[in-house]
Design a binder for this molecule. Structure first.
Ligand code: SF4
Length: 256
């Protein structure tokens, strides 16, 4: 599913309530430095031309302000302005500046709404992104695996593209402000077995979570059509089983 505009919704989100989506990335196309086997936007395409069609910060500001005026006038409830959409929002070159004006506009028009970013946490090594994510209410940062083999298998990336060690280190540095999001799956892709729920994998993931000490963990299962069809959707009971292993550490954990 690809989004067709800069702003979409508000839509009912499993995790964020009435969520007004903010897509910084191209419309009708996905742009991400991951290529997750479960990505609801589908597999990555050649990104050469896509990068040129990224929205400018001016267009984003104008579209958001117009929408916020509209929802305020019509009394449409918005719980969260959510950076999500067709790929990884933090790879927009003006991400930090955009966060600043989204905070300003939220304060003017719908001051009770939260600001949320769904990110794969791969750009936390950039100082401006790291600081910008600390300015918002809900920095929801992905960590799908505790061992590098599973990290690369699920995200379909390589060490030449993304350093798992750096992602880990920067998440730990980000610390208690973080909300860690993890999709639990079992399945197969390109003859590689995928399972981040085995004892070995889950324990390795839990070790990193302990070090991050996030304010919350979100565990969730696939919900929509995935590009890789050989994936198993975990049940709510299974998610709760794993959530309890996090809760004993004193970390608030929700399942979706
Ligand atoms: S990080 Fe998000 S947008 Fe990127 S491939 Fe994974 S699920 Fe899709």
């Amino acid at each position: 599913m690809l989004f067709e505009d800069i702003i979409f919704g508000p839509i009912k989100s499993r995790r964020l309530g009435n969520s007004l989506g903010l897509n910084l990335l191209p419309v009708h196309k996905k742009l991400c430095n991951f290529n997750c086997v479960y990505c609801e936007c589908g597999w990555n395409e050649d990104t050469k031309d896509i990068k040129d069609s990224i929205h400018s910060k001016e267009d984003i500001r104008e579209a958001l302000e117009a929408k916020l005026i509209d929802v305020k006038e019509k009394n449409i409830p918005v719980d969260s302005i959510t950076f999500s959409g067709n790929g990884e929002p933090t790879i927009h070159p003006d991400f930090a500046e955009i966060v600043d004006f989204v905070v300003q506009l939220r304060d003017i028009y719908i001051k009770d709404a939260k600001i949320s970013v769904l990110s794969n946490a791969t750009t936390l090594h950039k100082d401006d992104v790291f600081k910008a994510l600390h300015k918002i209410d809900n920095p929801i940062l992905k960590l799908d695996a505790g061992r590098k083999e599973m990290f690369y298998a699920i995200s379909k990336t390589t060490p030449n593209q993304i350093s798992f060690e750096t992602v880990k280190e920067r998440l730990i540095a980000f610390g208690h402000d973080a909300i860690v999001q993890t999709l639990l799956i079992r399945g197969e892709n390109d003859s590689i077995k995928l399972d981040n729920t085995s004892d070995e994998e889950f324990s390795a993931w839990l070790e990193i979570v302990k070090k991050i000490n996030p304010r919350q963990v979100m565990l969730y299962a696939i919900d929509r059509v995935t590009p890789e069809s050989q994936l198993e959707k975990l049940t709510k009971e299974e998610l709760e089983f794993f959530a309890d292993k996090v809760r004993v550490l004193g970390i608030e954990t929700k399942t979706y």
